[in-house]
Every structure is written in C-alpha cells, then in structure tokens.
Design a protein around this ligand. Sequence first.
Ligand SMILES: [Zn+2]
Length: 258
Amino acid sequence: MLEVISIPTFTDNYVWLIKNTENNHCCIVDPGQAEPVLQVINQQNLILDAILITHHHYDHVDGISDILAASVHPVEIYSSIAMEVGVPINLVAENSQLHLLDNSLQLTVMATPGHKREHVVYYNQTMLFSGDTLFSGGCGRILDGSAAELFSSLQRIKALNENILVYPAHEYTQANLMFCYAVEPQNNNLKQRIEHTAKLRQQGLPTLPNSLKNEKEINVFLRTNEATVSMAMEHKLLEILTSEQAVFTALRAWKDHF
Ligand SMILES: [Zn+2]
C-alpha cells in the first residue's frame, strides 16, 4: 500500500513523501529543505529511493545535496533539466514513465510550462504532484513563461481523471480562496471549501491534497469556461473577453495585485 505524507518546510511549502508501507521504501517530491525530510525518514526508518523535481526554484531543490549526503542507499533523481548535485540526473520530459518503489508506484510526466519553462508535474490515476503549476484555488505566477502556456498546462491537467488527488507544493489555499470568492461570490462549492479550509487551518492541518473534481468546482483558474467567471472579469475590465485564454490572462493579472 502507498501512503502520502506531507512534510512542511519553510513557511508554506510541503515536501510530499510517498511511502510503500510494506517495505518502507519511499520517494519525495521537491525537497527545498533537508532537515525536516531527514527527520521523517529517520523517525520512520524509511529508505529513500528517489527524488522528483518539478522545477528549479530554491524552495524545491535546495535540500537535495544534504539529503544525498545523509543517504546510505543510492538515490535516483528525476528532473527536467540538468543539475549539479554530484550524482547523475535522470532527465524527464513529456510522457516519461517512472517506475518507482519496486514498481509499486508508476508516474507519468507532463510538461507544464508557465510558472517556469522547465516545470513538469508527475501523475497517475490517483495522484498528481503539481508543484507550482496548480495550487488549491490558484495557480503559479507566470515567471519565465506566458499566460498562454500556463493556461494550456492547466487545461491539460483539468482533463485528467477528476478523482485524482492534487498535491501542490504550497499551502496557499486560504489566500487563494479569498481571490476565488472575489470573482465568484455566489459559488456554493467555494463557500463550503472556504469553511472547511478555515477549520483545517485552525487545527494546524494541511488543506491538501484536494480532489481535482473539487478544484474544478472552486478554482477560478480552472473555471474560465463558466459564465460567472468570464462575466465577472468583463465587468471588472469593462471589455468583452472573447476566449477562455483571455479570461485566464485577466484573472492571472488581477491575482498578481490582489
Ligand atoms: Zn516556483
């Protein structure tokens, strides 16, 4: 059986650890810090097999070297671009198939440029590690990509099996939902998610993962096809938006200053 554990790092990052509960082998996604990850690995007597990287911001990669230095077993690293970490990198690209944890975990790579051009996500029929491409209630900022690229990446994610659980790299949910609410104050699913999120945060619990199904109900960046969302943006901008991509671009620009 596989279990996914959230390891908080920095102020609002999560490293996701996927563990095979039968043999305690595990892999991790985006270790920006080593210490909190090594603590979990040591406490639970885990054997780290692999590190998966979505993109190359410091808060996703800076823990790699110290984790490798502390590992007695060989660790495979998967990344879409080369890195200098003292061991060979397994380069991945669109449609790469990863067979991890003695083949108990298979993941497919999807290239999702937009936040960063090298950004990839890892997914199968039940889980999606979405890095900084898709958050609960939000999406990444456009840093060295374009709005068209990020829109297209999110549309491809939206088309995946909706029972997938989404594991983003940041706990941004509460702030993101306030933005969604400003766009769609009449969305009842959104109101429920806001209430549920507040309860979880009061107890100090992660709001993640969330189902892709629910994200499609609440996350305005996945709802550019909804009249409520496009009309809200048209009212705000006082212009007609003729495509979903135009609605998305307007949403992303507003969120940058929200
Ligand atoms: Zn990032």
